[in-house]
Every structure is written in structure tokens, then in C-alpha cells.
Ligand binder design. Structure first.
Ligand code: ARG
Length: 420
């Protein structure tokens, strides 16, 4: 099935090599008009220069949408409430931004009356899955173009294409790494990092300083939560974007949040990725610590399964699906008591919760103490244990009996080899 060439394409534009070349490539291949759209999710580096470059490269329009606050409140806070870590280590920084960028792309295309959208994802990453699934869900009427997946050019080919077609690319030499950045962290891959046995060079890190600059003594930092949402750091109330930035700065100074991971991608391959997520790692540690104080055991156990599924689903691009909505509804229902203050200790690349307090604390001092104030009903413990251990005693006795029987049958068989 061949569909007619799109008239007007809105391209998710980062200012990097891929999407700079894509502006021209789409225009030449399809004759379409291209609008470049940059979505600000807190990536550092100048976006305004990139927009001017997009216009010079032939975009009919280049626009910037500031989505930072939406990113934090609609995507990062629900992920934090779900303690979201893919494979137990990756705070999903890149994965969480994709559905928001896709939604903004769809909204912009619809508002401009465009008939197609485009993104710069390759054909073997997770991001193409996240973009395509989100776009197909939210705006099925739009054609999706993925030039990088289609054109089969490597980096050198792209640079040559840019030269031959007069496409202006960033003045600075392109880094040997592929870096994706937003408020929740940085993802770094490629170059020397492709060898999973090669330790990450210091040059890939940007938010965590050099280890020789990490403070020589630990710092304690209080983080305050209201219903699962962080609202203050070090006693100072901050808005969502400022709070995440402050955590990146405070935890990054101590080298917190470096993650070196061999991860399993949606498309089935393993790949080596490095992350730098100081604020996310510190906030996740604090949130998890507060939950241990205020959530009853059964709820905490069950929620751990929901949290895990939530993380997998975000990784796989399921943000706008009904399962994610349902899991988030469950998580929300658990957060009304996640209010209180956690003290984090930051030191030499690590973060640990060393204190936690809450008006909803379920830790009863009279029940827990070994001191004279003890009110725990010790006399009930014996009866409780007797019944609690009953299933094990029953199973063990039965198991021992059947083992003995199997043993007898076994030896009987041995006694009459080849009897027949
Ligand atoms: N592996 C991460 C994910 O799938 C990050 C992908 C982008 N990484 C990069 N270095 N550009 O979420």
C-alpha cells in the first residue's frame, strides 16, 4: 500500500545531525513542507540557535514548546510514585520523555493542519517503538515518517549528505557518543562505550563532576514529600522543575546517579548504556524509604509487582495504553499517606536514606522497642508461631513420609533387577 506523499510534515527536531539532515531529506524525497518542532524537556544546550539553523536548513517554520513543567508533573511524578526503575537500575529518563514529545508533536501537527509527523529514531532502538505507538494511539490519521530508519545512512554518509546539500550542522565537532538529555537524566551510548568491557571514560559525564572533586565528607539532605510528591529540598519549598534541578545539582555534586548498564531493548537486543541521573536516583531512594515507613506490608509487597510492571511498560512505550492508566490509578491510591521527610546521605557517588519521619508512620515505638516501654504482647507469640508454622510442619511430615516410601520402592526395584 503506497500512500500519497505528505504535504506538510512536523518533525521532532533536536538540532543534532540526524534531524538537521532529515529536514532536507524529507523535503527532497517527498516535496513536503517541513515544520521543525523542539520540545523542551530540560535538555541543556542551546535550542534557540538550533531553531535558527532549522529555518536556514529549509524548515518553513521552527518552533519550541516548553514542556518542562508538564514533563515533571504528568510524567516524572507518577514514575517516582511507582519507584520506576527499568531492570532495577534505569530511572527511565529517556523513556519518560518520549510519550510527551510524541503527544506534543501530534498536537502541533493537528493544530497546523499537517498530515504527517516525523522523528529521528533509528530502526533498532526503543525510541522508535515509543514514538510510533504513542503517535498511532493519539493521532492515527497522521502519517509517520522515520527518515533515519528509512535512509540507511551511517554517520559519515549523513555528514557527506549535509556537505553535498548545503545543510548546516552544529559548529562544534559532533561528539563520538549519542547523548539524550532531559530533567530526569542523561543517556550516553556509542563510541567506545559499545564495548561492554570498557570502563566508561570520565568525558561522558556532565552532571556529576570529576571524582576528585566529589566532597570528602558526607552531606545530609532532607527531602519532603506530600502524598508521594516531593515538595521541598533542604527545608526549601520548590516548584516541580526547580526541585528536580536542585536535586540534580545537590546529588550530582557528590557523584550520585552514575549507572553503567547492559540493558535489554524492546527489539530483543542487548546494548550497553550509561546514565547520569543524580536527581532521579536520589529522589527514588527517598521515596522508596518513605514508603517503607507508611505502607502496610501486604500493600508494599503487592505494589512492588505493580511498580515493576509499570517500569517495563514505560520502557516498552505503553504510556498511553489502558494498562498504564490502570497501574497509575492503583499507585495513586497508595500515595495519600506518603507524606513526610526523608534524610538522604550523599557521599562519594552514593545516596542512602538515613532518616525518615511521617505523621502516617506505621512504626509503633511501644511495639518495636526493646526498652522498658515495650507493649508488645509477648505471650501471644508462642500461639501465633504454632499456627504460623503449621503448613510447613504438615508439608514436611508428608514429604518425609513419601520420600521414605519412594526409597523403599526404589530399593525393592533394585533388589529384583531384570526380574521379568
Ligand atoms: N536506552 C535508553 C532507553 O531506551 C536510552 C536511549 C537513548 N540513548 C541515547 N544515548 N541516545 O530508554
Amino acid at each position: 500500500m503506497t500512500s500519497p506523499a505528505p504535504r506538510h510534515v512536523v518533525l521532532a527536531y533536536s538540532g543534532g545531525l540526524d534531524t538537521s539532515v532529515a529536514i532536507r531529506w524529507i523535503h527532497e524525497k517527498y516535496g513536503s513542507e517541513v515544520t521543525a518542532l523542539s520540545v523542551d524537556v530540560g535538555q541543556e544546550g542551546e535550542l534557540t540557535g538550533a531553531l535558527d539553523r532549522a529555518r536556514r536548513n529549509g524548515a518553513r517554520e521552527a518552533r519550541l514548546v516548553d514542556a518542562k513543567e508538564t514533563f515533571v508533573t504528568e510524567f516524572l511524578w507518577p514514575a517516582l510514585a511507582a519507584n520506576a526503575l527499568y531492570q532495577g537500575v534505569y530511572p527511565l529518563s529517556t523513556a519518560l520523555a518520549r510519550p510527551l514529545i510524541a503527544r506534543t508533536l501530534a498536537e502541533t501537527a493537528i493544530a497546523l493542519g499537517a498530515d504527517a509527523v516525523a522523528h529521528g529514531c533509528t530502526g533498532k532502538g526503543n525510541d522508535q517503538v515509543r514514538f510510533d505507538v504513542a503517535l498511532q494511539t493519539l493521532a492515527p490519521q497522521l502519517t509517520i515518517l522515520a527518515p533515519v530508519r528509512e535512509w540507511n545512512m551511517n554517520r559519515e554518509d549523513e555528514i557527506r549528505y549535509a556537505k553535498d546539500h548545503g545543510v548546516e550542522i552544529r559548529a562544534t565537532t559532533e561528539s563520538p557518543y549519542s547523548v539524550d538529555e532531559n530533567l530526569w537524566g542523561r543517556s550516553i551510548e556509542g563510541g567506545r562505550l559499545e564495548d561492554p568491557d570498557a570502563p566508561p571514560p570520565e568525558e561522558i559525564f556532565d552532571w556529576t563532576g570529576h571524582p576528585s572533586d566529589w566532597p570528602k565528607s558526607p552531606e545530609e539532605l532532607e527531602v519532603e514529600f506530600e502524598e508521594g510528591i516531593p515538595v521541598a529540598v533542604g527545608g526549601k519549598r520548590l516548584g516541580p522543575v526547580d526541585l528536580v534541578r536542585e536535586m540534580n545539582r545537590r546529588a550530582g555534586r557528590h557523584g550520585v546517579g552514575r549507572i553503567d548498564h547492559v540493558e535489554d531493548r524492546v527489539v530483543g537486543i542487548k546494548s550497553r548504556e550509561n546514565y547520569e541521573c543524580p536527581g532521579a536516583v536520589a529522589l527514588l531512594e527517598a521515596h522508596r524509604a518513605l514508603e517503607t515507613l507508611v505502607l502496610p506490608r501486604e500493600l508494599q509487597q503487592f505494589k512492588a509487582g505493580v511498580d515493576r510492571r509499570f517500569a517495563d511498560l514505560v520502557y516498552e512505550g505503553g504510556w498511553f495504553g489502558p494498562l498504564r492508566a490502570a497501574l497509575s490509578a492503583f499507585v495513586d491510591a497508595t500515595q495519600s499517606v506518603v507524606t513526610g521527610v526523608v534524610t538522604l546521605r550523599l557521599f562519594q557517588g552514593s545516596v542512602r536514606a538515613v532518616g525518615r519521619r511521617s505523621e502516617f508512620s506505621l512504626l509503633s515505638p511501644e511495639l518495636a522497642t526493646y526498652g522498658t516501654a515495650d507493649r508488645f504482647p509477648h505471650e501471644y507469640a508462642v500461639g501465633f508461631i504454632h499456627l504460623y508454622g503449621l503448613p510447613n510442619r504438615l508439608a514436611h511430615a508428608k514429604g518425609a513420609k513419601s520420600k521414605a516410601e519412594r526409597g523403599r520402592r526404589g530399593s525393592a526395584a533394585r533388589e529384583v533387577p531384570g526380574a521379568a
